[in-house]
Design a protein around this ligand. Structure first.
Ligand code: ATP
Ligand code: MG
Ligand code: MG
Length: 555
């Protein structure tokens, strides 16, 4: 039964299609306010809106909901477009802006005044909100509620012409001050803001409110399914009231609500993300610790992993919190299939093969990705002096330590079996070199008896004289608390993890990485997935750890 696997929005759409609602069209929109960078919650909404359009041969608009000039900026507009395209989606036609409709919205507001359904209120925002009372108690009507149509029209025009200061007057819809739905108690439609808008400049000093502008913009664009998050469910009657009172066609955009994405160990409101940026808790919106699309991209997440994440979590009608480890699982799964395997040593110590000729070097063949048969192989240099991980050596090792310890053998990946001899230490007892001998007949892939000998451990390594020095940035969760903004008494910033970034400045990677480009993905064998950072240069390679190989948080 196919319908069982449909989510509830798809079910609504299929029902609408069956009943030929709005001529059987499917037209969605993604309506970001350009007041910040997109985060993973927006990505969920993007995947949902664009995929529905694809699935039902419909269209999806990109509409910048730019009705608050004080907070909005072209920088945000550009980053939003870049992020949507990066995620793999393309909006229908040109990007659209609510500000394109300011003239039409103004005319419609005049019509409501003429119909006696809107009035100018001279009270302050505080007075207005006080008079709304609470759901259990009817609100108080404004003393300005019964102004004549002529006076309202005159005042509204003068508001538009800039005769009043910010906050001196508002336009309110005249609906019902006793409605059990607080949003129906004469909501504000327009406010005065003498601010320069990123697109309309100084043409306007009055700006429409979300509730008024949104449904009307949907109507203008021919949107059929206006999908938003659950908080707006209570706004729905107002959305419908405006559409009903301003238009007289059969076509009706319909608002539908789904549960927003909440992710553990992070915050997702743009206001809070902006605070992290402006207070320098992170290095910009695209800091790899941020839950922004640009941060995830820089960290090394792939578009496919984010789309897959959105798919797995699905759409729900109830709010819940998704564990961030699910997102990490999705990128691990994708990179396991696609990321080339390379050798990188994060915490190096010298390994000297004492019986390997000093002037010799050779090139060993190694497969690029065992999960991808078409990825081929490459040659990596091998010589007498290598770097291995400091943690891969232990002087007095327990029986089950299958790495390097005096008297035991390990295999060097794609190379030889070596016998560990001893560690060389400096005066403080710090290990400076490890000595070993190799078995020349044990070369990987040579098919000899020696090669087939079973050794328990295989280590990664790089050839010291060929390796490239690199900086590696390791990231931990940005917050120590599962729900940093879920505490009434404590500001979310109190939960910032002060150890969320560690920089390793002396790592060594194999020479093939010289040509890596930003956003290239790699698996550093035995360590994790890494991506070249945009700060990287040919002289100084910088890698970000996307995720470790296994979920270190799992029990
Ligand atoms: P924020 O609270 O982060 O500022 P917002 O809802 O004010 O978010 P908008 O730019 O208005 O940000 O959002 C654009 C679209 O993205 C809206 O349709 C909104 O419903 C959706 N959206 C925002 N946050 C989430 C989320 N956490 N999960 C799912 N969808 C979201
Ligand atoms: Mg919004
Ligand atoms: Mg917002």
């Amino acid at each position: 039964n196919e319908s069982k696997s449909l989510n509830f929005i798809q079910q609504i759409i299929e029902e609408d299609l069956k009943n030929n609602v709005n001529d059987g069209r499917v037209h969605t929109r993604f309506p970001p306010e350009p007041n910040g960078y997109l985060h993973i919650g927006h990505a969920k909404s993007i995947c949902l809106n664009f995929s529905l359009a694809q699935q039902y041969q419909g269209k999806c608009n990109l509409r910048f909901d730019d009705t608050n000039p004080v907070k909005e900026d072209t920088e945000y507009v550009n980053s939003i477009m870049e992020d949507i395209k990066w995620l793999g989606f393309q909006w229908d036609g040109e990007p659209l802006y609510t500000s394109n409709y300011f003239d039409q919205l103004y005319e419609w507001a005049v019509k409501l005044i003429q119909d006696g359904k809107a009035y100018i209120d001279d009270q302050t925002a505080e007075q207005i909100s006080e008079q709304k009372k609470s759901p259990s108690e009817a609100g108080i009507e404004s003393p300005y509620r019964s102004r004549s149509v002529a006076e309202n029209l005159d005042l509204f025009e003068r508001m538009k012409n800039g005769e009043f200061k910010d906050g001196e007057k508002v336009l309110r819809a005249k609906i019902d001050m006793a409605s059990p739905n607080m949003h129906m108690r004469d909501p504000i439609m327009y406010r005065i803001m003498h601010a320069t808008h990123h697109r309309t400049g100084d043409k306007w000093c009055i700006y429409p409110m979300y509730d008024y502008a949104h449904g009307e913009s949907d109507y203008i664009e021919g949107i059929t399914h206006s999908i938003c998050t659950l908080e707006f469910e209570v706004h729905r009657p107002l959305y419908e009231w405006f559409v009903k009172n301003l238009t007289n066609t059969d076509y009706r955009p319909k608002q539908r609500e789904f549960a927003r994405l909440n992710l553990s160990y992070t915050v997702m409101s743009k206001r809070k993300l902006l605070e992290l940026v402006t207070d320098h808790h992170v290095n910009g919106w695209d800091d790899p610790r941020m839950p922004t699309v640009s941060g995830l991209r820089r960290r090394g997440f792939t578009p496919a992993s984010i789309r897959n994440f959105a798919d797995i979590i699905g759409v729900a009608k109830r709010n819940n919190v998704i564990d961030v480890s699910l997102l990490e699982h999705c990128v691990r799964e994708d990179l396991n299939k696609t990321a080339p395997r390379v050798m990188g040593v994060l915490n190096p110590v010298k390994l000297i093969i004492v019986n390997y000729p000093e002037d010799k070097e050779e090139f060993l063949n190694i497969e690029n990705n065992p999960e991808d048969l078409e990825s081929g192989s490459r040659e990596i240099p091998f010589s007498r002096e290598l770097f291995i991980e400091r943690e891969d050596f232990m002087e007095d090792a327990p029986r089950k330590f299958f790495r390097m310890t005096p008297g035991r053998e390990v295999r060097l990946k794609a190379g030889y079996i070596v016998m560990c001899e001893k560690a060389v230490k400096d005066a403080d007892g710090t290990i400076t070199e490890i000595h070993c001998t190799y078995d020349p007949k044990s070369k990987s892939g040579s098919g000899t008896e020696e090669c087939k000998r079973k050794v328990k451990g295989t280590l990664h390594w790089v050839s010291a004289k060929h390796a490239l020095k690199a900086e590696v940035r390791l990231y931990d969760r940005l917050f120590n608390d599962e729900a940093p903004d879920g505490h009434k008494e404590t500001d979310f910033k109190e939960f910032i993890n002060l150890d969320s970034l560690s920089i390793l400045d002396t790592c060594y990677v194999e020479p093939s990485l010289q040509t890596a480009k930003p956003e290239d993905h790699f698996q550093f064998q035995r360590i994790g997935y890494f991506s070249l950072d945009k700060d990287s240069s040919a002289e100084k390679l910088i890698f970000n750890r996307t995720v470790s190989l296994k979920d270190s948080w799992a029990k």
